[in-house]
Design a protein around this ligand. Sequence first.
Ligand code: FPP
Length: 229
Amino acid sequence: MPAHIGIIMDGNGRWARKRALPRSAGHSAGAKAFKEIARYANRIGLRYLTVYAFSTENWKRPPEEVANIMNILRDYLKNTESFKEENIQVRFVGDIGVLDQDIIDLILKAESDSKNATGLQLNIALNYGGRDEILHAVKGLMREAKEGKAEPDQLDETMFSNRLYTYGQPDPDLIIRPSGEYRLSNFMIWQSAYAEFWFSDILWPDFKPKHLDEAIAAYQSRDRRYGGV
Ligand code: FPP
């Protein structure tokens, strides 16, 4: 069983277009798929799941689409009871400081309400970019070095990893990208150095637990050598 799975939830827009629906309908359907997959991942005992909900590049979308995704998130976060019921611990990864204050408050409440949950650790990547995350870590280290609190020659991979939003968590073993695209799009670029990848043509709103099972089965048949033989 992989310890940590990352999912790039892609294809909401195309799913909606195929049905002659607005893109917002695709995102709502995508959110539904997300909730089902998070619940299922928890049930099968997955330890960590990171989903890519909104990237640092997604601000380029039309303002009404950005507002729509943020509203979906608001609705989701207003129902933190469901985390409690399901024993899911939630963490937001990304630069959340620039979001609307009410969303920041909801995020902090969701994180604090779920902090003692012992089931799945669910990371929601929001205003997240892998390069942005690395720069954030480097800036912190540079500041400390300038103040004489960090020694450049002592920096190692573990120390660096502990500066990332995913501090304290294992690197993803498996990254899933549906919708027929074959790229990482700035998702966990440091953490995925040795991840296995699973791609599929399914559009995210159509992604079902059986597809997660398929991806995990594919992962289990891989031979991970980490550069060894
Ligand atoms: C990519 O599909 C999807 C997004 C940028 C948004 C993903 C957001 C959700 C699934 C809702 C998340 C909700 C919660 C509660 C975490 P796309 O729009 O790029 O699809 P396309 O490539 O077909 O246009």
